[in-house]
Design a protein around this ligand. Sequence first.
Ligand code: NDP
Length: 338
Amino acid sequence: MFGLIGHLTSLEHAQSVAERLGYPEYAEQGLDFWCSAPPALIEEFTVKSITGQTIQGKYIESCFLPEMLATKRFKAAIRKILNAMALAQKENIEITALGGFSSIIFEEFNLKDNKQIRNVELEFERFTTGNTHTAYIISRQVEQIAAKLGIDLSKATVAVVGATGDIGSAVCRWLERKTPTADLLLVARNQERLKELQKELGRGKIMPLETAIPEADIIVWVASMPKGVEINVETLKKPCVMIDGGYPKNLDTKVQHPEVIVLKGGIVEHSLDIDWQIMEIVNMDVPARQMFACFAEAILLEFEQYHTNFSWGRNQITVEKMETIGEFSLKHGFKPLI
Ligand code: NDP
């Protein structure tokens, strides 16, 4: 049995889908009410691999909302994630993905020190951030979209916004090792961590967001922004590709320019339909087949009976681990969204 712990992208989103999630009484309620909402098991489903294997999964809604971080309701955010993990464990789920901000909160607030949740002692080996698969899928999206559009990566400039993060640093490592680009622009706020990454990679230019994005042929957005940023499309190179891997989305701009392509980052498409509601609720274009790559990691680990926290901690994702999860991904019928 695998599990997925997820959350919605905003209070407005939560209110609009409350009824479908089974929380009709919350539809009219504000943030404080959502802060007190307990996690809930929303649905159970079956996933079939192209190998013929079939597995069972459960989706748990944590009721965390990004506004809780923006308004400094940190205790509520922490409670949401720990309670959802305790619920997954009570449900006897062997491997559960911590979707979106769940793993970020876990790391940011050092939740590994909070093992005891009432009568449940959390066993962290039952959880995975899913970030290795996400980083693999985003790296493949960079390679595949470049090939599709005739962009030669060895002559191209790629900017990674959120480069020092768990996913961003792994994407940088992959590009550096597998398909080196002419220039790699590293964007984040903390300069110390940027310098450490640059040292580890042995290359990369540290740049502020405003100067990096006009120079890039491909921009990978993997910053943990609770709310998207607005981009002036006029300042971008033409053509240019933006791969938005954030959840919620890092881009708040509806880009309407024929030479600026925006790709949904970190999304995979399965070869077989899945009978679930949740991907419709989070507005996937093809909800029976598309999902977040981090969720797919729990599915892959269950198919492989690899019951361990495959992705854990921060900035420890190696190219070898990305290759391993990439092989599982292909074997079971998943492909990056292009
Ligand atoms: P981390 O917290 O590890 O890293 C976030 C990175 O973003 C850091 O480099 C941080 O550096 C940078 N950052 C944060 N805010 C800003 C800002 N305002 N401007 C520039 N850089 C910023 O996050 P993850 O790598 O775990 O996740 C990244 C994103 O991917 C999140 O949105 C997450 O929800 C999403 N995600 C998507 C998944 C999928 O399946 N598609 C799966 C898991 C996560 P600094 O603080 O120094 O600025």
